[in-house]
Design a protein around this ligand. Structure first.
Ligand SMILES: Nc1ncnc2c1ncn2[C@@H]1O[C@H](COP(=O)(O)OP(=O)(O)OP(=O)(O)O)[C@@H](O)[C@H]1O
Ligand SMILES: [Mg+2]
Length: 376
């Protein structure tokens, strides 16, 4: 990252004029765990196939101890991004700094040592079928040269941590998908990494098992302080686990921020379409079946608000300031990234001009809105 860019992106009240900018930047952001500094990744042309520009000018920071979701459509560059974090791929331009060390510059033994502090879990678990659960978890410790006694003790501890102490001697073929992923998580944590990368780790699991694995990851983040980077194409996974979210599209970072902000104010069309997946089905059937597109008595508007109680205040003010008899047709409150986010469906009487005034008022109050139609 150029000095100018560091300064402009991280404007900080404690900046002291006259000090070297790099020092000030480091002091302003002591908590960075992963820093992408103007990264591009191009896979070269190969056997007549053209080269692929997978990531372009990516610049962002992942805070130490955070859980960050990386979301994007297939081919957006998500896996390329995580492979840069653990040094499996090198950037074509820029640097990836992990735990204050430039992993993109490391090779050989230095790289392998750095990789011990970066664990990874996968969609298809990647367990060795010829090894028991315990022996799969032991593998990275064997490679790191641990003694047999230390390995035995650590594996027992890890099996208990992921909640499958009784599966010590089971082979992968004898385990459910959720149990296999628990083995994968224990193996990834074996060498006490400071970063855990998850590439679609719940995509092969049913919703209930997904929830249990995401809960486990949240507990691990809390108990061990491990920074988690979560790649997924499911916004529901981001909603349940992440605090920060980064949206990739065709190799570009198109949006990033706090999950509750992104959920209430999605700016980019890709983010909006991802959100439609998780919010689109939230209307009660009895209401959804009454909504029509031909003008009727009440315009139906969905709004998203942040903070417990924010919805009550908003409706009361809207009704008072516009002199409208607003009705609340449906309400739902979720906890997203540790914040309450309410999705309220309002009925606005008084025809299209009242609906238009309502939309203007809501946008002036920075509330994201969606017109759903009319009810009789
Ligand atoms: N080893 C490789 N060689 C050449 N091209 C690659 C390689 N890996 C990925 N790509 C290309 O880079 C682009 C980004 O791929 P990537 O796997 O990072 O996407 P993704 O967001 O993880 O997609 P998915 O959701 O399908 O896993 C794609 O166009 C892909 O075809
Ligand atoms: Mg991928």
């Amino acid at each position: 990252m150029s000095c100018m860019k560091a300064l402009s992106m991280n404007a900080h009240p404690s900046l002291v004029i006259g000090e070297p900018i790099e020092t000030q930047h480091a002091a302003a952001q002591p908590e960075a765990m992963v820093r992408f500094e103007n990264i591009s990744k191009t896979y070269p042309a190969y056997r007549g196939k053209p080269g692929v520009s997978a990531l372009r000018a990516i610049d962002f920071t992942i805070a130490r101890g955070s859980i960050t979701g990386v979301i994007g459509r297939s081919g957006a560059g998500k896996s390329s991004l995580v492979r840069l974090i653990n040094g499996l791929e090198k950037p074509s331009a820029g640097r990836v700094v992990v735990d204050n060390s430039d992993i993109s510059a490391l090779t050989g033994r230095e790289l392998r040592l750095a990789q011990r502090s970066i664990g990874m879990i996968f969609q298809h678990f990647n367990l060795l079928s010829s090894r028991t659960a315990a022996d799969n978890i032991a593998l990275p410790l064997e490679i790191a040269g641990w003694s047999k006694a230390n390995i035995r003790a650590r594996v027992t501890e890890l099996l208990a941590l992921v909640g499958i102490a009784d599966k010590h001697d089971r082979y992968p073929s004898e385990l459910s998908g959720g149990q296999k992923q628990r083995v994968g998580i224990a193996r990834a944590l074996a060498t006490r990494p400071s970063v855990l990368l998850s590439d679609e780790a719940t995509s092969a699991l049913d919703p209930q098992t997904t929830r249990a694995i995401l809960d486990l990851l949240a507990n691990i983040n809390r108990a061990l302080g491990v920074t988690i980077v979560l790649i997924t194409h499911e916004m529901s996974v981001v909603r349940q686990l992440a605090k920060e979210v980064v949206v990739l599209d065709a190799g570009h970072l198109v949006e990033s921020g706090h999950v509750a902000d992104i959920f209430t104010h999605p700016k980019h069309p890709v983010t909006q379409s991802f959100l439609a997946e998780v919010t689109g089905d939230s209307l009660p059937v009895s209401l959804a079946s009454r909504i029509v597109q031909e003008p009727g008595n009440h315009a139906v508007i969905r709004v998203q608000v942040r903070g417990a109680g924010a919805g009550d205040t908003l409706i009361a003010r809207l009704a008072r300031e516009l002199g409208l008899d607003v009705s609340l047709l449906s309400a739902r409150i979720d906890e997203i990234g540790g914040q309450h986010v309410g999705s309220l469906v309002l009925g606005i009487p008084g025809g299209d001009s009242a609906a238009a005034r309502t939309l203007v008022w809501l946008s002036q109050h920075q509330v994201s809105t969606e017109r759903l139609g009319y009810v009789a």
